[in-house]
Write a new protein. Structure first.
Lengths: 260, 260
């Protein structure tokens, strides 16, 4: 479906929606890619790099579709490399520094569990290109979920040190989970047209799957009243995103006209 | 084939030989992985990460086999993470810093062209596990060769700046190519047993394929009398390998007993 087939009043919300989904995966993929060559074991190095590749690949198609919907000739590379932090729409959760291996695993598990329920619904989106992307992404995400859940249990139910590290990561990350369910007029406009997913009902499902995994991993559910950070969906980011973008964008920005 | 099936006098040379092949790919893979999240375009980010994954995967099976042949219970992770620079056997070519995109492409092209002819022969190795690894690696390498050759031509026959950068990279890297054909008593002992490949006849084939690609890329063949560095095969490395290993090994060395 090209931009022409979209009702004019939905064009801007859909562009925003695609940026949100694409940026989540671009930034998370970048954080995962920081493990390249730094995994705890060779096998895990390969696994984390595969996760990073999946995320960046997903971001690439989502941002490409965003460019199409916007209809101003911006490519996925333009969107990835030539926007500033304030124009990024990713969750704060995914921009936090990669931390230790346990932190990376807990973040991945929390996000992949959310994505599991989200992508399941998104496959019914009335915007066909988005439904198609969701179907492909759902399969990749299933692997991410299984992989991170497995490690969550191994580390949580592992040594005293690995247990404590993962519990700390979980407590720290918990304050960034509520934002996954953030909705505003962008979602509302698109939900009315059958394009976006209602995130409200996903929360209980998410919590229930998380609770089950934490139990198996002998981890404690964090304080439900912890302060919940948000802002990413509307462009208010932590300082970490700026540093990440500086690193990610330096090459294309230094040679904007290079014929790669 | 386990260590028991190898003639005792061949055990040490074969261990060395496997280290040479495994270390080339481990270190090159690490250099490629430094591009993760830093490619000039999203598509190339993914491609370079895939190359890195292939190389690290190849290293993993080669070092695992090295551990088996050595027969002292060392795993591929022990060999990757708990050896010092002096015990690494990789070519100096692959340890040089990643440089700019053109440098990375030229190095990959030079190495993949060599590997093309080398792996073709290695598939006939009398050491069956090695022949099997060679067959799988040959296919992956074919993709690396095509990918890097394509970029070599695009950049060489591209803008004035991209042409000059690639020519400079080629001139700098040329002094590290002779080492690819280095042979000593390790190779001799194994060649007599039909296990190792005679590198001598490969040189003309390699040069001929390189010459052809340079011509298409409008690049000049470097001065054939340039000083040729070597030492990597016997543990004499540039300072760059030490820095790379420090980064690669810090995590496993900091938590040697972690149950990952």
């Amino acid at each position: 479906m090209s931009a022409q087939n979209i009702a004019p009043e939905l064009q801007q919300p859909l562009f925003e929606y695609l940026l949100r989904l694409g940026d989540d995966r671009l930034i998370l993929g970048h954080r995962l890619s920081e493990w390249c060559g730094h995994g705890p074991i060779l096998e895990e190095d390969i696994a984390l790099a595969n996760l990073a590749l999946d995320c960046i690949g997903q971001a690439s198609v989502l941002l490409k579709e965003a460019g199409t919907v916007e209809g101003q000739g911006r490519s996925e590379d333009d969107l990835a490399y030539f926007r500033d932090a304030i124009d990024f729409r990713n969750l704060l959760l995914v921009e936090l520094p990669k931390g230790d291996f346990g932190f990376t695993i807990v973040r991945q598990f929390l996000f992949s569990t959310f994505s599991y329920f989200f992508l399941e619904k998104l496959q019914q989106s009335a915007h066909k290109p988005l439904a198609g992307i969701a179907a492909k992404t759902f399969k990749e995400n299933l692997y991410h979920l299984r992989h991170s859940r497995k490690w969550l249990v191994v580390l949580g139910d592992g040594t005293e040190e690995s247990h404590q590290r993962v519990q700390n990561a979980l407590d720290e990350l918990w304050g960034y989970t509520e934002e996954m369910f953030y909705m505003d007029q962008v979602d509302e406009a698109l939900m009315n047209a059958g394009i976006a997913v209602d995130l409200q009902p996903l929360k209980e499902q998410w919590l229930s799957m998380v609770r089950e995994a934490l139990q198996e991993a002998t981890l404690e559910l964090p304080d439900p009243d912890v302060y919940q950070h948000q802002g990413g969906r509307t462009g208010f980011h932590t300082e970490h995103l700026g540093h990440l973008l500086a690193e990610m964008q330096i090459l294309p920005r230094s040679y904007p006209d290079a014929r790669w």
